[in-house]
Design a binder for this molecule. Structure first.
Ligand code: NDP
Length: 451
């Protein structure tokens, strides 16, 4: 790393203390773009690194709401508008008890380069709350969402900032947030994506991140003369991204055999029963123990029984792995186990699921490794397609949107792969995605002057 980069990371740690996940995300990007900086002194001359690690605006607020017993509850709310060089701010909202400012900053920082890679006109942002939706009634979720929107409605808009879902924020939450925005502003506009299909949503948005991760894996394997057909695949998580990764894996002839949640994992040797998974997770909003009760032969392992420091999902023999739950869910020991067991492909549906050491192990092995900001960009890309449809008051068919998603994932793969070759690191899609994503944002920032 150059002194410019190490000094900037040092400055970041001093000026934004106790944000470990944010440092991890910045170090991952900055450690790979040195060849670009070496060839182009203009980025250092314009101090782009120090500008790009500083969010343009951070909105931190109180979210007070009434629970069903009439008690006043208080949560922290965040909307971090990181970078608008390429377009209106865009990025999801996460509701999870572990959310801190550092979590939202890491996600927002990643989002800048992910959105750039899609080739679409969208800037980077992220938001959320330490609110825990688990165990809350529909009425409590609604009151929380209404209170959250009562603050952020003044900072968002269809050409300003367009939030979407993420962990803990799905169609139900987007509906409550949208209703409150409309009530406060009187505007029926595309201010959120992931909306219901009968009130402005796009077909394929629900499926997009999972489908996109599988399309990305197909692109990586095709260049190596391989495919997903007949392959055994492991998937972590059992939320939006995981369910539609499982669905698309079946459509391309692969066999997904695992899913998980924060309490444990399912190993289903015959292949995950997709209808049962949807019933348990989307309809009943139940835990995976319900899946095991209903599915003879499926083995449920609680997290307490995982080997120490390990995620049990990655001990299952597979040809391809799809981490789709959360950050740092693949340790270096997990990565070594996957490689030892013959895994040839990892496509990240979750954001930053692999630790830095796990990434190093994947890259050193030469397997097909698709980093999150490239492999999971299908979700945000389809959100942008939803914005386009809202702006033009059109609704495209499932086939039209899916075909566009497929083309975008191929474009992202080609861009990352060709950039890796251009910078002397063929096959290193971490470097390729980071340089390609960064370069476009940095050039736009230079064009737009010192702002
Ligand atoms: P959901 O809330 O729908 O599902 C999250 C899943 O991950 C659940 O099964 C959840 O289990 C599990 N999980 C969450 N936190 C943990 C944890 N700390 N340890 C173990 N398991 C955990 O979220 P999504 O599917 O939307 O998001 C999953 C990942 O994909 C996230 O990293 C998100 O940022 C990323 N992503 C999502 C996009 C989207 O379009 N939705 C777009 C791009 C990336 P439990 O129910 O027990 O909490």
């Amino acid at each position: 790393m150059s002194a410019y980069i190490t000094d900037t990371i040092q400055y970041l740690k001093q000026s934004s203390p106790a944000q470990a996940e944010f440092y991890q995300a910045t170090e991952e990007v900055l450690s790979t773009i040195k060849p670009l900086l070496d060839r182009n002194p203009k980025y250092q001359k314009n101090n782009i690194i120090q500008r790009v690690i500083e969010p343009e605006r951070q909105i931190l607020f109180r979210v007070a709401w009434l629970d069903d017993r009439g008690n006043v509850q208080v949560n922290k709310g965040y909307r971090i508008q990181f970078n608008s060089a390429l377009g209106p701010y865009k990025g999801g909202l996460r509701f999870h008890p572990n959310v801190t400012a550092g979590t939202i900053k890491f996600l927002g920082f990643e989002q800048i380069f992910k959105n750039s890679l899609t080739g679409l006109a969208i800037g980077g942002a992220k938001g959320g709350s330490n609110f825990d939706p688990k165990g809350k009634s529909d009425a409590e979720i609604m009151r929380f969402c209404q209170s959250f929107m009562t603050e952020i409605f003044r900072h968002v808009g269809d050409t300003i900032d367009v939030p979407a879902g993420d962990i803990g924020v799905g169609g139900r939450e987007i509906g409550y947030l949208y209703g409150q925005y409309k009530r406060l502003t009187g505007k029926y506009e595309g201010v959120l994506t992931g909306k219901g299909l009968n009130w402005g949503g796009s077909l394929v948005r629900t499926e997009a991140t999972g489908y996109g991760a599988v399309y990305f894996a197909q692109n990586m394997l095709a260049e190596r003369g391989a495919s997903l057909e007949g392959k055994v695949c492991t998937v972590s998580g059992s939320g939006n991204v995981s369910i539609y990764t499982v669905e698309k894996l079946y459509q391309v002839g692969a066999k997904p055999v695992t899913v998980s949640d924060s309490n444990g994992m399912i190993y289903d040797e015959r292949g995950i029963d997709l209808n049962l998974l949807k019933q348990v997770k989307e309809v009943e909003r139940a835990r995976l123990t319900r899946y095991a009760e209903e599915r003879p032969g499926a083995v449920y392992t609680p997290v307490e029984n995982y080997p120490a420091g390990r995620n049990g999902v990655w001990s299952v023999h597979c040809d391809a792995a799809f981490p789709s739950a959360t950050q740092n869910e693949v340790s270096v020991e997990d990565a070594k186990e996957l490689l030892k067991n013959g895994c040839i492909c990892v496509a990240e549906g979750a954001n930053m699921p692999s630790s830095p050491e796990a990434i190093d192990a994947f890259l050193a092995s030469g397997i097909a490794y698709g980093p999150a900001k490239a492999a999971n960009a299908g979700g945000v890309a389809t959100s942008q397609l939803e914005m386009s449809q809202n702006a033009s008051m059109l609704q495209w068919t499932f086939e039209e949107v899916d075909a566009k998603l497929k083309r975008i994932m191929e474009h992202i793969y080609r861009t990352a792969s060709e950039t890796a070759k251009e910078y002397g690191a063929p096959g290193n899609l971490v470097l390729g995605a980071n340089i390609a994503g960064f370069r476009k944002v940095a050039d736009a920032m230079i064009d737009q002057g010192v702002v």
